[in-house]
Every structure is written in structure tokens, then in C-alpha cells.
Design a protein around this ligand. Structure first.
Ligand SMILES: NC(=O)c1ccc[n+]([C@@H]2O[C@H](COP(=O)([O-])OP(=O)(O)OC[C@H]3O[C@@H](n4cnc5c(N)ncnc54)[C@H](O)[C@@H]3O)[C@@H](O)[C@H]2O)c1
Length: 283
């Protein structure tokens, strides 16, 4: 088969974005962005292991994915407990024979920032009042938890040969500063950005590609679901050039892209999905 013929086959969207049959694991999959990633994979024929620390919502999430082209299995695990992650990965490998795609997505908020939505100061978010106990918790989930998730998956990806994809949910706060989001959260995710780059650098020789999806404010359950409240949401909407927050669906295209052959030469980068918020405010 000539090179031209191969190229022609690969220009079809069905081939470029083909994730059918892939073994995928998503952490924080019971809600929000992680559920959206699990859904787009499952709907397009992948076999998805949904991992979450909340058994009740995990059961509901798995039930919602029945009837799709792929399959969905739920495993209770906590990213702060590496042994549970290792068991979740081992289960996925046992079921499907390999692990092709990992979404390291689980994460938590550290509360509001140093300004309130009306522009006044939020004393609880002031630097000198930030809780070190909250920082420990946020680092344990958002940073240490993500590292532990990669550590659980990488040996399986190396063993199987043929590479793999690791997609980390970061945030647009890697690239900009925040007034309405806690400095503790921003700091935890800033370190995560460099973890993505370091992992991408080290794992490229094994064909394992590591990238981040960096969402802007997205309507999910994070922070007690505060972005579901139109009043709490309004200052974010005002600041974003597109004047709306992301929905989970807005992130599914990036997830499919980074899991599929279409992104075969991309590693160590962040795909920003933020309605233009990194550009600054317009009107
Ligand atoms: N929503 C946003 O505005 C936004 C923006 C940028 C980045 N993010 C990131 O997206 C990711 C997903 O957040 P979301 O907004 O979908 O929130 P969410 O609260 O709707 O979902 C998070 C899920 O992670 C699970 N989880 C939390 N701690 C866990 C742990 N220790 N172990 C296993 N599972 C755990 C929760 O049970 C929940 O099901 C996070 O990493 C978050 O920082 C969110």
C-alpha cells in the first residue's frame, strides 16, 4: 500500500477520531467533567472504567452509560489512596487486556478567591487567612492524587507496548491569575501543569503521550455546585469574552481529540477550553 493511500485513509474523521475498543480509565468520573469524558468515550465505542470515591453517584453514573456503543464499569477508589488506584488499574487491565487511555481528572476546589463577586474583598480568601489544612487537602487530591494516578497507570502502559494516552484535567488558572478562585487551588494546579510537562518529556520514548485539558469555569458540582447558582455565576460570565461558562459538553471534543489518532503527534501541551477568558475581558 503506498504512502498516499495510507494518508488518504487517515483523513476521514471516522478514522482520525476512532476510539472504538480502547480501554479507558477516568478518575472523578461520577460527576461533572469526568463523567463527560467517560460519556464521550463510551458513546464512541470505548470500554470505560469509571473511578470515583463516591459509591452512590458512581452507581448512578455507570447506569447512565448503559446502552452506549462501548461499555462502562464503576470502581470505587480514592486518588489519595494509591493502593485503591492500583487495584482500579489492575481491574481495567484484567477486563480489557490493556489500558490505552487514562484521564487523571479527580480534583476539588479550595473555595472562593480573595475577591467577592461584587468586587469587595473576601477576608476568608486573603493570603494571610488561607488555611494550611485546606492547602494540604487540596494538594493531596489535585497534585499528589494526580501523581499517584499516573504512577498506577504508567507501568501497565509501559508493559503492554504500543504506548498510551494520559490526559490530565488542569485548569485555565495555570495560565492566568484568579480573583474569584482560591489561591490554594491555583497553586495546586500550577504544579500539576509542570507534572504534565515532566511526564510527557520522560514518557515520550515509550509512546505514552501526556497532555492537559485546561478548562475555564465549568458548570459542575465542584465547590458544592456553586457555579450552578446564577448569582454566583454572574461575575464569571461577565469576565469571560463569550459571556457564558463552559458546560461539560464543551470539553468532550478536546477529550475525544486527545484520546484519538488525531492527536498522535501532540504531547506535553495544554488544550485551553475557556471561552476566551485567557484573552482578558472585552465587554
Ligand atoms: N468546574 C470547573 O470550573 C473546573 C475548571 C477547571 C478545572 N476543573 C477541574 O476539573 C476536574 C473535575 O472537576 P468537576 O468540576 O467536574 O467537579 P465535580 O465535583 O463535579 O466532580 C469531581 C468528581 O471527583 C470525585 N472526587 C473528588 N475527590 C476524589 C478523590 N479523592 N478520589 C476520587 N474521586 C474524587 C468527586 O466525587 C466527583 O465525582 C477537577 O480536577 C477540577 O479541578 C474544574
Amino acid at each position: 500500500m503506498s504512502g498516499e493511500t495510507l494518508l488518504a485513509a487517515n483523513v476521514f474523521a471516522a478514522n482520525l477520531f476512532d476510539v472504538r475498543g480502547l480501554s479507558v480509565l477516568v478518575t472523578g468520573a461520577a460527576s461533572g467533567i469526568g463523567f463527560g469524558h467517560a460519556e464521550v468515550m463510551c458513546a464512541n465505542g470505548a470500554h470505560v472504567t469509571l473511578v470515583d470515591s463516591e459509591p452512590g453517584s458512581l452507581d448512578v453514573a455507570v447506569a447512565r452509560l448503559q446502552g452506549h456503543a462501548g461499555s462502562a464499569v464503576g470502581v470505587v477508589a480514592d486518588v489519595t489512596d494509591p493502593a485503591t488506584l492500583e487495584a482500579a488499574v489492575a481491574g481495567a487491565v484484567e477486563r480489557r487486556g490493556r489500558l490505552d487511555v487514562l484521564f487523571a481528572n479527580a480534583g476539588i476546589s479550595a473555595g472562593p478567591g480573595f475577591l467577592k463577586g461584587d468586587g469587595s474583598r473576601n477576608e476568608a480568601g486573603a493570603l494571610e487567612n488561607l488555611s494550611l489544612a485546606t492547602f494540604d487537602r487540596v494538594l493531596a487530591v489535585n497534585l499528589r492524587g494526580a501523581l499517584a494516578t499516573l504512577q498506577a497507570a504508567v507501568p501497565a502502559m509501559k508493559r503492554q507496548g504500543g504506548g498510551g494516552r494520559i490526559i490530565v484535567t488542569t485548569t485555565v488558572s495555570l495560565l492566568r491569575t484568579e480573583t474569584l478562585v482560591s489561591t490554594l487551588y491555583v497553586a495546586s494546579k500550577a504544579a500539576l501543569g509542570q507534572l504534565v510537562r515532566q511526564a510527557a518529556l520522560e514518557l515520550a520514548r515509550y509512546g505514552i503521550l501526556v497532555n492537559g485539558i485546561a478548562p475555564g469555569p465549568t458548570i459542575t458540582q465542584i465547590g458544592g455546585g456553586r457555579l450552578q447558582d446564577p448569582v454566583a455565576r454572574a461575575p464569571f460570565e461577565h469576565a469571560i469574552p463569550m459571556h457564558r461558562l463552559a458546560s461539560v459538553a464543551d470539553l468532550q471534543g478536546a477529550a475525544l481529540f486527545l484520546a484519538s489518532p488525531a492527536s498522535a503527534y501532540i504531547t506535553g501541551t495544554q488544550i485551553v477550553v475557556d471561552g476566551g477568558s485567557c484573552l482578558g475581558s472585552a465587554d
